[in-house]
Design a protein around this ligand. Sequence first.
Ligand code: SAM
Length: 288
Amino acid sequence: MTKRLVSPAVTRDVVNRHGFHFKKSLGQNFLIDGNILDKIVTAAELDQQNGALEIGPGIGTLTQELCESARQVVAVEKDNRLLPVLTETLAPYSNVHVHHADVLETDLHELFATWFADMEVSVVANLPYYVTTPIVMKLLEERLPLRHIVVMVQREVAERMAAKPGGKDYGTLSIAVQYYTEPELVCRVPESSFMPAPNVESTVIKLKVRKAPAVQVADEKLFFALVKASFAQRRKTLLNNLQNNLQPKRDKESILAALERAEIEPSRRGETLSLAEYARLADQLLNS
Ligand code: SAM
């Protein structure tokens, strides 16, 4: 490989030479810790048959490692000031395409059809924290041919993604992520692993994308509407939340009937239900 960008000295040199100034509003905290970089790349299980999508390549620190391991790399970067930097740092690689765009406004199906035809793809990224959840939800809901999503996120967000029923971290994000994937925490990352250091701790999380959702439901929209309503006010009971927040609205009798058929106590709180219980209740609501 050409010189690794990951060290503090090399990163500082690249940034200074290009007169680049970090923008907090774009979540620009660049990775400068080679051990963490190695853990991310190992977790992604890349090979020469498959592709890697990176969101937010920055100066190309992770990108260059992806280029070494994957058949094709696509890196989506919003900040046009980084494009000349990436042209320089990724010059040795012919298997990378830098796509200048906001990932949230990108047609990923089209991008995949152009660059990843016949490949399975791992998303590997040190995500900009101000848009972590919308990015992860977009990746999951668009049902792209993904194998793994290995991302650096804020520690609390990773804990919510992997949370099991019963605790304060378990909520709509846990259920959505676990519906589509099997989450696994890879490692915790201190503030000092970045330039500039963020003021939050980070975690690398690996989401293994399931071939089929974790639970089967007759109406997926209703399933997610049920989950959303159940967590609308965490301290309230399931019955109360469903009566007040389920869209479209249902009367109390039909909610109680569905709860009874699903064998779920109306006095329970949303945070105690497993995915299987939510699936059972969604299917019963369909019939009431
Ligand atoms: N991958 C680099 C690294 O690990 O050092 C940089 C990671 S930095 C945390 C996040 C990157 O995402 C920045 O390069 C930033 O400009 C980019 N970014 C921010 N918002 C974005 C968006 N909506 N779409 C695409 N890239 C974005």
